[in-house]
Design a protein around this ligand. Sequence first.
Ligand code: BGC
Length: 442
Amino acid sequence: MKDENQTREALKRLEDLFSFSLRDAQQFIALFHDEMQRGLAGKPGSLKMIPSYVGRPSGHERGDFLALDLGGTNLRVLAVRLDGEGKARITAFRRWVIPEKIMQGTGEALFDFMAEGVALFLDQMPPDSPQLRELAFTFSFPVAQSAVDAGVLLNWTKGFTAKGVSGKEVVALLSAALAHKNMPDLRVVALTNDTVGTLMAQSYTDPACDMGVILGTGTNACYPEKAGRIAKLAHLEADREVIVNLEWGSFDRIQMNAFDSALDSHTLNPGAQRLEKMVSGLYLGELARRVALDLIDAGVFLRQEARIIFEREQAVTSEHLSQIAEGEDVLTRLGVSGPTSQDCALFAGVSRVVTTRAARIAAAAIAAGVTWMDADLQRRHTIAIDGSLFEKCPGFQETMEALLIELFGDRATGITLCHAADGSGIGAAIIAAVAAGALRQI
Ligand code: BGC
């Protein structure tokens, strides 16, 4: 029979294993700066630091644009209206869950799926709606951009493996798929990462915004950098602002524990995206599942009969962790019969240690970005954040803010974490407006 002491001890062990202390955060920031420096200088390292070929918007961009957003779990198509006075509005919207066979099939099938989404969306637009001829493509994977409307996929992340896309120019693939579906008039005018979209959307109205962050299926961030600090852009004026996509999901100078390593070795990209696998929504439920199995085997959690429920990969998702944080009985929902209150407390503890570490690492990465731009925190910084984890996991934001206070004391009040809903689609439209040189009348 399990007693309270065993539960308490098991929890204590997990807290130690998943701890990310203030000291860890400080070391993390120093290593992160080092990797940022290497990435900007074009030296090998784990932060790609990809220039995006856009700066922040003025707020005067205007027009109607179509945005196509391929992120993690969903494909979204949006019509966005920019009014030129810092206001952006989504006027129509559709979303499809991306089937696994499309994520892991051929590149052709994936791009056809996207073009089909655009065609269905346009077919259903009311006849009197504005003509949408310029499309902004949010493609949220590591892409080496060569222009505002061109870039090559470096590698897939987040469970995508569609064949024949890595190493290819993705705007060309999309344009071909659109032409194939009889939409040759639609022009892809901008290619962007979701973090850049999120930063653009927030800074359309808030000039203090200088970081875009995604905490969802995957994780990443971008910030404005001076061209003079980017080796690849040595030909531009040194002071010109360029938004840099950090691709922080691949940061690898961070200690993994045995559960992280076991999870990593069962992914489609073992060894890659280390930080993402400790922080983002695609992986947190899976980490908790692995810990739960271990606790069952150690005889401190549930009964052996319940093991089968936890044997299937992805049986626990980050949505489950959010529900646990809301106080729901997720064990019963997963099919466990008659969990004891100690079982529920231990499972809640597992969920808490996994999500707390994720939030603290994310906050440390933000702290690294902010201090890179402003070492003494002399300015205000709005951090625009989107993604299901930030939005839906109770306590995530508060845990992040708590680490910023541990790090910076009172000066942390100058850093505002703000939820930028739908930023990636709206921001893509803003980039399209900049790219299309559109300061025109609606
Ligand atoms: C991708 C990034 C993206 C992030 C959030 C990561 O897996 O590499 O490009 O911004 O997910 O969607």
